[in-house]
Design a protein around this ligand. Structure first.
Ligand code: GDP
Ligand code: IMO
Ligand code: MG
Length: 423
């Protein structure tokens, strides 16, 4: 059974926790897109792990983890992450972590170019994670990027880094941002590359062998549908296809290998970074931040919070081909008397049940809400669907109905054990 786990909102839906839960019955976990802009939180046996590039299966002893060709990989960042996770007692051997030789490399100047672009945009800035993701994907598409395999050809790589560093420096100097010495970029990159070298090869045969042998492969999506370069709130998006198709192009496993797509969403909506957020609600943000929740795992920024938006979810279920929903953070709504669910947008007097493409239409989109009674009960200790309060089940069933997909999992807390399987 090969399953894609996709975020259905603006990222941080709880994908890491769901992947970790499903990993128990999987053999291989694959990341196919994004980079260390992702921050996936997993709490296992009381210990909290934050993963950026490492697939969540790394926390298990006997799983193969693959960083696929669609990922943009910051070697220095990955070595730091491996060290941090190893210091938490997790062993990361070459057998356990395979890195695609086709993955593009994020170089130090990509991060500064990311900052430069943001500075140039002023109050129109995207609010990126400043991990160099956009500039690295731009080089890939522009056919001037460097892949892990290219680092094996030292002369080529040195010439390429030297040329690209000079080009980057011209841009950085214009913004009074720090420039780079090519020698230093080369030295730091190779130091990290040497540490990663035993993990690097072509993982496609490994994945195909697992598929043909009937093993279970899990695809760990990063970011979310509304951050997808094609389907998201462009230009306030990331630079990859975060939706289900990206898992195939980003790994070398074809669409015919996929059996199921689990779409992960919160029971409400969050967004970090800039861009439209029709159901954003200051009261709900303050309430959740007051509980110490909804601070970004990568940048620590407080996430904006808002009511559940089924206009987004309906679209996300369509473009991902969701076969089952995982609704996380239901417990975040435990104290509310009444809950709002956005069922459509009103834009200039017309009702829309799918998100618009037009940038300015987003600013005029007024959410149309339906009110549902809250459950006013602590759900964090519920371990079966039956145990959930009737109003909570009612809320979930309405959510499924509005999105056109069945609910498969419900999250009532951050721990591995706080995941309910819906019969
Ligand atoms: P990801 O990027 O999609 O993996 O999600 P993040 O880890 O960035 O953010 C999700 C946050 O919600 C993390 O702090 C998780 O520990 C937490 N979380 C996930 N599921 C639940 C849940 O059902 N209830 C609660 N209270 N927290 C959850
Ligand atoms: P996970 O995998 C939430 C957002 C940034 C910004 C936009 C572009 O943890 O769900 P980028 O650095 O990618 O160029 O930033 O995308 N963003 C995320 N928001 N969760 C993420 O990942 C994100 N990755 C990028 O905040 O708005
Ligand atoms: Mg996250």
């Amino acid at each position: 059974m090969n399953t894609i786990i996709s975020g259905l909102q603006w990222g941080d839906e709880g994908k890491g926790k769901i992947v970790d839960y499903l990993t128990e019955s999987a053999d291989v976990v694959v990341r196919g897109q994004g980079g260390n802009n992702a921050g996936h939180t997993v709490i296992a046996k009381g210990v909290k792990y934050i993963l950026h590039l490492l697939p969540s299966g790394i926390l298990w002893d006997d799983k193969v983890n693959v960083i696929g060709n669609g990922v943009v990989l910051d070697p220095i960042g990955l070595v730091e992450e491996i060290t941090r996770i190893e210091n938490q007692g997790i062993r990361i051997t070459p057998d356990k972590l395979r890195i695609s030789d086709r993955a593009h490399v994020v170089l130090p100047y990509h991060k500064e170019l990311d900052a430069a672009r943001e500075a140039a945009l002023g109050d129109q800035k995207i609010g990126t994670t400043k991990r160099g993701i956009g500039p690295a994907y731009a080089d890939k598409i522009n056919r001037c990027g460097l892949r892990m395999a290219d680092l094996l050809d030292r002369d080529f790589a040195i010439a390429q880094i030297t040329r690209r560093t000079a080009e980057a420096n011209e841009v950085l100097a214009r913004f009074d941002l720090p420039t780079f010495e090519a020698e230093q970029v080369i030295e730091e990159t190779y130091r990290a590359f040497e540490r990663l070298r035993p993990h690097i090869d072509n993982p496609i045969p490994v994945l195909h062998k697992a598929w043909k042998a009937g093993k279970s492969i899990l695809f760990e999506g990063a970011q979310g549908t509304l951050l997808d370069i094609d389907y998201g709130t462009y230009p306030f998006v990331t630079s990859s296809n975060t939706t289900a198709g990206g898992s195939c192009t980003g790994s070398g496993l074809p669409p015919t290998a996929i059996d199921a797509v689990i779409g992960v969403c919160k029971a409400y909506t969050t967004r970090v970074g800039s861009g439209p957020f029709p159901t954003g609600d200051e009261g709900l943000s303050e309430y959740l931040h007051g509980l110490g929740r909804e601070f970004g795992a990568t940048t620590g920024r407080p996430r904006g919070c808002g009511w559940l938006d089924t206009v987004l979810l309906r679209f996300a279920c369509m473009v991902n081909g969701v076969t089952g929903l995982a609704v996380t953070n239901l417990d975040g709504l435990d104290s509310y008397d009444t809950l709002s669910i956005c069922v459509s947008y009103e834009i200039d007097g017309t009702v829309h049940d799918l998100p618009p493409a037009d940038r300015s239409a987003w600013d005029r989109a007024k959410p149309v809400y339906e009110q549902l009674p809250g459950w006013k009960t602590d759900t964090s200790s519920c371990r079966s669907y039956e145990e959930l309060p009737a109003a909570a089940k009612n809320y979930l069933e309405r959510l499924g109905e509005l999105c056109g997909a069945p609910i498969a999992f419900v999250g009532v807390g951050p721990d591995r054990s706080q995941t309910i399987v819906v019969p």
